[in-house]
Structure formats: structure tokens, C-alpha cells
Design a protein around this ligand. Structure first.
Ligand code: BGC
Length: 447
């Protein structure tokens, strides 16, 4: 039996996001976000599911924190629902919304768990969408105002912050591919939203330095790994460009102060361009304290004429996929971590999300999710190798603490280490929960 020993310095966490778990969508002054609108629009989400009740964590947060304590995590990553704390998007602050997060933060601290706040995990207030959403520069100002308010409210107690979760999903998946809210299908809209999200990120970092001088701030882009199917120039180029769309497009501006030229040229061929205004790139490239990385999947990429923007098709490595259909590729996790380190240098990295979808149900009070444990083992092995190779990884945060509202997939797809009965909100710890608890306790596991 092989034992994988994780370095003492590695911190552990679990993550969730507001719209996916809170429920209480119409309580205590919260107004709709773009995800309320989208999920209530027929045909957008599987089984017409929506986040009205989700895991009911708004009411059950103490139970959730007790599970975090049992797990022994150092950190809990959660997000704030903007429309719960500032229902009109800008202006008046909703004290009841603030009270919910204040209580949650206090409960975490009382239980020895460090809060890590994500400011934007996709739930833009609908009123702001109606005024143009992230396609409009006014939303940047609204975000900065919201961020400042949160820094002032919670910055005394909360020292770890993430501005934007997965800007690729919030821009291109949502505005070019139309899969997520608000469901647009325009390349130009995707580019505009991506740029404005990055400027908003930079502006929030600027105010953070003044308002929470002793805190750490970063953002959490999602990456995957496409390994060229063959060494031919065409396969190599297709993979490079396709990864650039997710990775360099969102990282070069932050770490190098420029967009990747190859992609700028490609977009220009499609009559789309980045709406850069004077000073934007300086704002975006404010130094940050860490890079959050969300990693789930990867595969082989092969050139195919006419296949999408980058003329690439994905070729699965083998039959292994999680229940959401994503290929399992832990080697890609290792490769992408090394690649990020090589490209962007010694920026500390938190793995802000990694986990697997398996839809096991409760049987005799137990959830036997051995496949999830295997997935986590493989990815933590890749992480340990990356750390040995010199990648400065400071923390690992599993997605997700709870089964939850899996966006366009609704409740059918389960990522939690705790099972949720979405009728009764009963929580059942899965086998992976106990495995993760033991791994954290021992700082090692067996393969
Ligand atoms: C998101 C989560 C989501 C998970 C699984 C990430 O894209 O940040 O909100 O549930 O991956 O799809």
C-alpha cells in the first residue's frame, strides 16, 4: 500500500456558493438575481429546478458549521448573495441580509474555522442586469460599491477574500455559449463581460488594500487541461488556443497587464474586440495575494476543421467519467499547476475548488461514494506531486460541502461530501466526508 503524505503547511477547506445552498430566496428583503430569473424561465434548467429553497442553509447554517467542525477543516469558502445584502444592487444596505452573514461568520470563528468570502459567485442582482448587466461599465462601479460595503462590514473578522469566481463561466459560458444566466449568445457580449469582470476585480483589490490592509485577496479562475492528441502542429495549436481562452485570457491581464495577442487577433477575425479604456490594464493588474484555482476535468484535444472557434474536438482519454459526463484527468491537474507556476511565477495558489459529481443516494443511512473518494485521492496525489515540483500551493478546498443546486443541471447532479434530501433538507454525511476528515486529521491517505 502506498501512502501519500501531504506537507504540514497545506491548509484544508470546503466550499459552497450562495445561490446554490441558501434558499430563502424571497425572505428578509432579498431580491431576485439573474439566477432566479434564469431558473424560473422554462427550458433553462433541468427539471425546471430553481434555487428557491436549495439546501435551506439560510436557516440551517449552524448545522452546516457543526459538520465543518467535525470535518476539521481550517477554512470554509462561501459566497455572499449581493441581492440579499444590497437588494437594489446599489444604495441601501439590507440589515437582515448583513445579519445572516455576520452570524455565519461568528459561528465559524467560534468553531475555529476561518471564513473565506467569495464576493461574486454569479448571482448578479437582476435590477443590475436590467440596466445592462456586466456588459455595462456601470456594473463595475456597482460592484466596487458592493465590495467596499462588504469589506467594511466583515473585513475586521474575515481576512481571506475572493473577488470573482470563474470569470470564464460568468462571461463566455453565460453570454457567448448561453448555458448559464443571463443566457446570451454573442461573442462580443462574452468579451465585454469578461473585461468588465476583470476591471471590477482590479478595482475591488484597490479598495481592499485600504479597507482590509491585513487581509489577503485573490480571484478564482477555472482551468482544465487539454493534452494534444498528437504532436502535429494543428493539434498543438488547437489545444494551445483553446486553453488560452480559459487560462491566459483571464490570467495574463492580471499577472502581466496584457491580453494574449494570438487570441485578440482571432477574435478580431470574428469582428469582436476588447473594450479597453485608458487605465484598465493597470487596474486589472493590481498585485494580488494568491491565485485561486478551480479544477475538475481535462482530456485530449484534436484539431477538427470547423469545430468551434478553435477548431478543436475533445477526445476522451478513456472511459472514466464522473456522473456529469466530465472525463477524469488528474494528470491534467498536475500539468496545469506546473504550467501556471512556470508562466506566472511564485504566486501562492489555493485550490479553491476540486471535486466530483456522483449521484449516490442514501441506503440504510449511509452513502457509499467510493468513486468520489477515488477521484479525490487521485487529485490530491497530483497536488502532492506538484508541491514536490515546487508549485507553491497553500490550501486545498473541496467542492462541495453539500449537494446543491448545480446551476443548469439542477438538483440531479450531486457534488457534495454531504448528501441533501431536497424535500426534507436532511443532511447525511457520505463516506467521502469521513475519508476527508481522516485525511485532514492525519495529513495523509493510502492509495
Ligand atoms: C462552480 C461551482 C459548480 C462546480 C461544479 C464550478 O464551475 O464554481 O459553482 O457547482 O464548478 O460544476
Amino acid at each position: 500500500m502506498t501512502t501519500i503524505q501531504l506537507p504540514e503547511s497545506l491548509k484544508w477547506g470546503a466550499a459552497t456558493a450562495s445561490y446554490q445552498i441558501e434558499g430563502a430566496a424571497q425572505e428578509d428583503g432579498r431580491t431576485p438575481s439573474i439566477w432566479d430569473t434564469f431558473s424560473h424561465t422554462p427550458g433553462k434548467v433541468k427539471n425546471a429546478d430553481n434555487g428557491d429553497h436549495a439546501c435551506n442553509s439560510y436557516h440551517l447554517y449552524k448545522e452546516d458549521v457543526s459538520h465543518l467542525k467535525e470535518l476539521g477543516v481550517d477554512m470554509y469558502r462561501f459566497s455572499i448573495s449581493w441581492s440579499r445584502v444590497i437588494p437594489a444592487g446599489t444604495g441601501e444596505v439590507n440589515e437582515k441580509g448583513i445579519a445572516y452573514y455576520r452570524n455565519l461568520i461568528q459561528e465559524l470563528i467560534d468553531n475555529g474555522i476561518e471564513p473565506m468570502i467569495t464576493l461574486y459567485h454569479w448571482d448578479l442582482p437582476q435590477v443590475l442586469q436590467d440596466a445592462g448587466g456586466w456588459e455595462s461599465r456601470e456594473t463595475i462601479d456597482a460592484f466596487q460599491e458592493y465590495a467596499n460595503t462588504m469589506f467594511k462590514e466583515f473585513g475586521g473578522q474575515v481576512k481571506k477574500w475572493i473577488t470573482i469566481n470563474e470569470p470564464w463561466c460568468a462571461s463566455f459560458l453565460s453570454n457567448y455559449l448561453g448555458v448559464h444566466a443571463p443566457g446570451k449568445q454573442s461573442l462580443q457580449a462574452g468579451i465585454d463581460v469578461a473585461h468588465h469582470l476583470l476591471v471590477a476585480h482590479g478595482k475591488a483589490v484597490q479598495s481592499f488594500r485600504e479597507l482590509v490592509p491585513d487581509g489577503e485577496i485573490g480571484y478564482a479562475p477555472n482551468v482544465s487541461w487539454l493534452e494534444p492528441y498528437s504532436p502535429t502542429e494543428k493539434d498543438q495549436a488547437a489545444c494551445r488556443l483553446s486553453m488560452m481562452f480559459q487560462k491566459e485570457w483571464f490570467m495574463d491581464p492580471v499577472f502581466k497587464g496584457s491580453y494574449p495577442e494570438e487570441l485578440v487577433q482571432l477574435f478580431a477575425k470574428h469582428h469582436a474586440e476588447v473594450p479597453i479604456e485608458e487605465g484598465d490594464l493597470e487596474i486589472i493588474s493590481q498585485p494580488i495575494d494568491f491565485m485561486g484555482i478551480n479544477y475538475y476535468t481535462g482530456s485530449l484535444g484534436r484539431y477538427k476543421e470547423g469545430a468551434g472557434l478553435f477548431e478543436v474536438e475533445e477526445v476522451p482519454l478513456d472511459e472514466r467519467r464522473t456522473d456529469i459526463g466530465w472525463p477524469i484527468y488528474s494528470e491534467g491537474f498536475y500539468k496545469v499547476l506546473c504550467n501556471l507556476h512556470e508562466t506566472y511565477g511564485d504566486v501562492p495558489i489555493y485550490i479553491t475548488e476540486n471535486g466530483a459529481c456522483y449521484n449516490h443516494e442514501v441506503e440504510d443511512g449511509r452513502v457509499n461514494d467510493q468513486e468520489r473518494i477515488e477521484y479525490l485521492k487521485q487529485h490530491l496525489t497530483a497536488l502532492e506531486r506538484a508541491m514536490k515540483a515546487g508549485v507553491p500551493i497553500t490550501g486545498y478546498i473541496v467542492w462541495s460541502l453539500l449537494d446543491n443546486f448545480e446551476w443548469a443541471e439542477g438538483y440531479e447532479k450531486r457534488f457534495g461530501i454531504i448528501h441533501i434530501d431536497f424535500d426534507t433538507f436532511e443532511r447525511t454525511r457520505k463516506d467521502s466526508f469521513y475519508w476527508y476528515r481522516d485525511t485532514i486529521r492525519e495529513q495523509q491517505f493510502s492509495l
